[in-house]
Design a protein around this ligand. Sequence first.
Ligand code: ATP
Ligand code: MG
Length: 408
Amino acid sequence: MVYLAPRNFAQRVVQRLRDAGHEAFWAGGCVRDMLRGVRPKDYDVATSAQPQEVKKLFRRTLMVGAKFGVVVVLGPRTQVEVATFRCDVGYEDGRRPRKVVYSDARQDALRRDFTINGMFYDPLDDKLIDYVGGKKDLQAKIVRAIGQPRCRFAEDHLRMLRAVRFACTLGFAIETNTAKAIRSQAQKIERISAERIAEELLGILQSPSRAEGITLAAELDLLQVILPEVDYVQAAKRLKKLGRANSLAALACLLYDPAQTDQPSRAGKRARAICRRFKLSNHFVRQADWLLATASHLLAEHSAGREISLAQLKRMMASGSFDELLLLYRSIAPQRAYRQLRRWSRQIEPQAVSPKPLITGRDLLDMGVCPSPRLGACLTAAYEAQLNELVKTKAQARRFARDWLNRS
Ligand code: ATP
Ligand code: MG
């Protein structure tokens, strides 16, 4: 199959819909990004064709959201969401519409959240279709709700947090009335599912402007509802120091609690509870827990004037999240402590981080040690000594094990 760039494929989809007599445009985020001169992450198409008609026109489709008028058209290593022009009616729970009614392009623009997200583009005639003043707001760098902000946020409360995410990731300001409307009903964000909140929150945390995003969420009274545990002034200060980091390091940085530095396991536990609340993956939860517990431990040791052992350092480096740990540590610890940790870690040869054990259970049995739980403990102690570079050869390891067994 020939490879088609996503943009070309999205253009072909529009072409085919148009050839069949339907209206079809690119819509939403891809138009916004194109006008900003940024390559769109993905392309969405809005059309007058109904799902069954769309399905007939393309060979490979997924009818995942056909009830809401959405068909996914699959292309070579790319896909496009094709959505029928619609208006959403009967929002009752502040989360999703009771039903969707097919409509025209204009109505479809008006149901969207922000003016910058409400534009269409015709890639065949190179024409912008802007019913909502999106282009002007994009140029002025403004996030403005389409229509009456109060009603739009009452319909779907998640839009309040989306406004912050777009302002943060695009570096835009939220228009005054839009911001007022958010502040007046910020409390309602608690009715939105934790997963959807987490998605937007992680979107904010991924952005290099995450400190501004968190501050904005707090100024609009949203953060206090979704993360009442966090002191946002301190959090923003830490996030400012974070630099280029992924969402894991950023979330750990946000959740760090200086009051729990002396109790690393509690620091990890609190983070774990919050991540669980947000239904993040187990892997993510474990990593966030480890990062916070380890960083808190490091800082506590530093403050007490103690040094961690070489073995401890190597174990941290072998964790798979050491880069994130360094970033987090830089944001919470004194410069000197961070530099010291970084310098020390750089002195360790990669092959010394998690070397093969010099002795194994087999060796101990060959030495005549009877199988018992002590055997495992002895191996752990021997490996610790190896990581600490107190034991460097197999013979030394054997001697270490014999002494250890005699002693304990
Ligand atoms: P991103 O680049 O972050 O994906 P996006 O604009 O594509 O941004 P999506 O969440 O993918 O955002 O949604 C696609 C489009 O659907 C938006 O541009 C907007 O027009 C519309 N939309 C999405 N969520 C909502 C919502 N909660 N209320 C109204 N319109 C929405
Ligand atoms: Mg999108």
